[in-house]
Design a protein around this ligand. Structure first.
Ligand code: G3P
Ligand code: MG
Length: 249
């Protein structure tokens, strides 16, 4: 069992630096966060890279689907200038590069697996295989999560020893519970807008942790913690940390 902290940086800390970049991880460490979440998907040549969307337009100066480009093509893109010109020159990170940086910064990773169409199982397996070398035994364990059960099943085929978290899209009566049970997940991650008290109770009764995404409002965080939520993902730790510090574990 791993114990998650009250506050997890979201895509690095996405309010302060371009998401899923080295600058974002440095900013997260600067806030004193112990964990950061980021998103990975496969390049055309099967390398896990840190990109949230399935297309490049929003977070880079590239165009088209991520899956149409090789990792060396993706590495030539700028992943920072769209956020602010002072971040020009940030590159698209590979999973291995991100894990190195996060370890160097003294943090732990929550790797969220995204999938290109039809690649869920394979993406999970590749992420698992990448961790064999990129996150050596002896380091504190990472958390690997996804909205897509097949990603996590593929991951567990490679690395049944590592903890998983299941992301849940919206209100759902039973699918998430079944999925978390099949996976033996340590945590279930709900939208802060849709999570219900019944879901919180059920997850905790099963011995798992409840995490909510994405919380950037102090009153909302206070209310979620009071309802039993264990941790939140945030883009803005300066807003959430003061609230979290007042909560007794
Ligand atoms: O992993 C939690 C959260 O990041 C899920 O949503 O769309 O921000 O990846 P998204
Ligand atoms: Mg994510």
């Amino acid at each position: 069992m791993i114990e998650l902290p009250r506050v997890i940086g979201h895509r690095g800390v996405a309010a302060h630096a371009p998401e899923n970049t080295l600058a974002g991880f440095k900013a997260a460490a600067g806030f004193g966060l112990d964990w950061v979440e980021f998103d990975v998907r496969l390049s055309r040549d099967g390398v896990p890279v840190l990109l949230h969307d399935d297309t490049l337009e929003r977070t880079t100066n590239g165009t088209g689907p991520v899956v149409a480009q090789t990792v060396s093509e993706l590495k030539r893109l700028d992943a920072g200038a769209w956020f602010d010109p002072r971040f020009a020159g940030e590159s698209v990170l590979t999973l291995a590069e991100a894990l190195d940086a996060i370890h160097e910064l003294g943090m732990r990773p929550n790797i969220e697996i995204k999938t290109n169409p039809g690649e869920a199982w394979r993406t999970g397996r590749v992420v698992g295989a990448t961790l064999d070398e990129a996150w050596p035994p002896g380091r504190p364990r990472p958390l690997v999560s996804s909205f897509v059960l097949r990603c996590l099943m593929g991951f567990r085929q490679e690395r049944p020893d590592l903890p998983t978290g299941l992301n849940v899209w919206r209100r759902s009566r039973w699918q998430w519970s079944l999925g978390a049970g099949i996976l033996g997940s340590v945590s279930v991650h709900f939208s802060e807008r849709h999570v219900t008290d019944a879901q919180i109770r059920a997850v905790k009764a099963a011995g798992r942790q409840v995490v909510c995404y994405t919380v950037n409002d102090a009153a909302k965080a206070r209310s979620l913690y009071a309802r039993g939520v264990d941790a939140v993902f945030t883009d803005a730790p300066e807003i959430i940390l003061p609230v979290a510090d007042k909560i007794q574990p």
